[in-house]
Design a binder for this molecule. Structure first.
Ligand SMILES: Cc1ncc(COP(=O)(O)O)c(C=O)c1O
Length: 326
């Protein structure tokens, strides 16, 4: 049970994360991120002038897993760890065992855990969300802060409201010195209405999203052999392995050529974003923006009607069918 007096309101998860990074991570220090990981975290690091320490996850039997040896080596030189549960973009819902292991390592190396649980309501059937603050180890929980919002659950991002909390009063007091929330009356009213009266609506929305996740997974597995995908455990995102397509369309070569004349880096995944836009009229997010582990992938937002989703997938399947066979 969270002590309501320990909740700090914020104008978004990002402002809370940035204030916390500024509190625990001096400019130039390193922040641990398990990649592929939410691209917005890299913006938070820029805002707090800290450096990303990417720990690449590995795919084991189709699921992303943390390489705990690498994680520990890197945690040892980081002031903070940005944890995302459920994870954007892979959709992983971390188990209690995994969270405890991350927690133990971070506690050992005095790496403060920032648990971003903004996607916590999007948990697919058969999966269990474990709030970091509910872990059965007081010291591990006291080494963390948790960040949440209703903005994903009720599509209220424009209302600019979120909250964070910690069982560690000292942590919270220190963060509050670097934090200020400019909330709006409309945002407060909208959040209150959603949180107090939106449960039935969300139960139906979640059922629908779970159906979308099943639909996308079976559609891709049955009809798009060039893309590898596994149903996400959580979130409304689909993480697509398009590395075969990258090879066939020569996206690495195109990216290298463009990179020579561009002031900004050009990645094969950026080339693919353009390619899918032009050839399938579907806008996917380039995997390369999710850290080093995002290579060869694209992220698809599936929080839409099944009808639209089918059109998007049909378009992708047709565009890939037009490619020369190799
Ligand atoms: C993991 C994660 N954290 C934070 C955010 C955004 O948070 P906010 O709009 O509250 O700053 C997003 C939005 O995509 C997200 O996926």
């Amino acid at each position: 049970m969270i002590d309501p007096s320990s909740l700090v309101l914020a104008t978004g998860v990002h402002p809370g994360l940035i204030a916390t990074l500024k509190t625990f991570s001096p400019p130039g220090s390193r922040t641990l991120i398990c990649t592929p990981s939410y691209n917005g975290f890299y913006g938070d690091l820029r805002a707090s002038k800290t450096i990303a320490e990417d720990s690449m996850m590995t795919v084991v039997n189709g699921r992303y897993e943390i390489d705990f040896d690498d994680f520990e080596r890197k945690a040892a030189r980081c002031n903070a760890y940005l944890l995302c549960n459920p994870q954007n973009p892979t959709g992983n819902v971390w188990t209690e065992e995994e969270l405890l292991r991350m927690g133990e390592i971070c506690l050992k190396h005095k790496t403060v855990i920032l648990a971003d649980e903004i996607h916590c309501d999007f948990v697919m059937k058969g999966q269990t969300y474990t709030p970091f603050a509910s872990l059965p180890d007081r010291d591990i929980v006291n080494n963390s802060l948790t960040f949440k919002a209703a903005s994903k659950t009720f599509s209220l991002a424009a209302m600019k409201a979120a909250w964070f909390f910690s069982t560690n009063e000292d942590f919270l007091n220190r963060v509050k010195e670097n934090h200020r929330a400019d909330l709006t009356s409309l945002g407060m009213v909208a959040n209150r209405a959603a949180l107090t009266e939106g449960e039935d609506w969300f139960d139906q929305a979640l059922e629908y999203i779970d159906g979308n996740q099943d639909f996308v997974a079976s559609y891709i597995n049955e009809n798009i052999p060039l893309i590898t995908h596994r149903k996400a455990e959580g979130t409304y995102l689909a993480w697509l392995d398009v590395s075969k397509v990258i090879d066939i369309v020569g996206a690495k070569e195109t990216a290298a050529q463009r990179g020579r004349i561009s002031t900004d880096p050009v990645t094969p995944e950026m080339v693919m974003q353009e390619w899918f836009g032009q050839n399938a009229r579907v806008d996917l997010n380039a995997g390369s923006s999710y850290g080093t582990g995002g290579a060869g992938h694209m992220r698809m937002n599936i929080a839409t009607s099944r009808k639209l989703l089918k059109i998007a997938l049909d378009n992708i399947a047709e565009a890939l069918d037009r490619l020369p066979r190799v």
